[in-house]
Structure formats: structure tokens, C-alpha cells
Write a protein that binds this ligand. Structure first.
Ligand code: FE
Length: 155
């Protein structure tokens, strides 16, 4: 597992450019944002798990996906607290919290404090950073005890 992690991290920009579409590359490696309501998963209701497109890390379960009305896939929590990392983003003249893959560092989206119960959080993701896998449990079996749900307001 650790070896796989190292391998993924060592993918060069050239290798990633070959593997990813230009939009996937722009979003995951250059902090880009895809268009709302015109992306793969914003209105997708499949039961399963969303992986990091770049490294395959388990990120979100469909159990936590909800309709935020924003046109981007939105979740109230990641599967575990280590699935993603959060950083202050001072771009675009506002301070936001950027969300990146906890394993490979690819840009995923941002997290906001206006989400639904139980967490009060809105993980606003780019479909271009995600890869869906069907699972009957909707990811619940992969959910860690330390998932963010229930820690309202803590970002
Ligand atoms: Fe990743």
C-alpha cells in the first residue's frame, strides 16, 4: 500500500498530461474549477464510492452526497478525516478552504460551512477530480470513525 502511494505521487506532469484530459489536468493539478451543471456527477445518483481520479484514494460515499443546488457534486463529509486535506486558499480575492486528496495532493474543490446536518459542511467537489465506483453499501463500510459528520462548524 505504502509503495503504491509513493508510485502515484511520483507521477510526473508529463505522465499526468498523457493520462488525463486537459480539463482533468487543469482541475486536479492547477486548481481549476469546472463549469457547474455541465459536469459528470453534479446530478448523478448512483450508489457507491467516489475515488480520487489521479491516485484511486477512497474519498466520498454516495450516502453523504446531497443536492446543494450549486451544479457541482456536494457531500457533507469525506469517508475519513485523512481521505482529504484542507488548506487555506487566498485566491480570487476571498479566503476559502481548499480540499485536496489526502494521498496524492490533487485538487478536489473547496469546503464551506453552509452544508446540511449532520456536519453542517458542504464539500463542493469537481467531477473532473472524481472517479465513481458502484457499491451497494454506498461507501458506509469504508467510513472511518473519525469522519467529519457531527462536528458542526469545525473546518
Ligand atoms: Fe489522489
Amino acid at each position: 500500500m505504502a509503495q503504491e502511494k509513493t508510485e502515484k505521487r511520483s507521477l510526473s506532469p508529463e505522465e499526468l498530461k498523457q493520462r488525463l484530459t486537459s480539463e482533468q489536468y487543469h482541475v486536479t493539478q492547477e486548481q481549476g474549477t469546472e463549469r457547474p451543471f455541465a459536469n459528470r456527477y453534479w446530478d448523478f445518483k448512483g450508489k457507491g464510492v467516489y475515488h480520487c481520479l489521479v491516485c484511486g484514494n477512497d474519498l466520498f460515499g454516495s450516502y453523504a452526497k446531497y443536492d446543494s443546488g450549486t451544479g457541482w457534486p456536494s457531500f457533507y463529509e469525506p469517508l475519513t478525516s485523512s481521505a482529504v486535506e484542507e488548506h487555506e486558499d487566498r485566491g480570487l480575492l476571498m479566503v476559502r478552504t481548499e480540499v485536496v486528496c489526502g494521498r496524492c495532493g490533487s485538487h478536489l474543490g473547496h469546503v464551506f460551512n453552509d452544508g446540511p446536518e449532520p456536519s453542517g459542511l458542504r464539500y463542493c467537489m469537481n467531477s473532473a477530480s472524481l472517479d465513481f465506483e458502484e457499491r451497494d453499501d454506498e461507501g458506509r463500510d469504508l467510513r472511518g470513525e473519525n469522519a467529519r459528520g457531527g462536528q458542526k462548524g469545525e473546518v
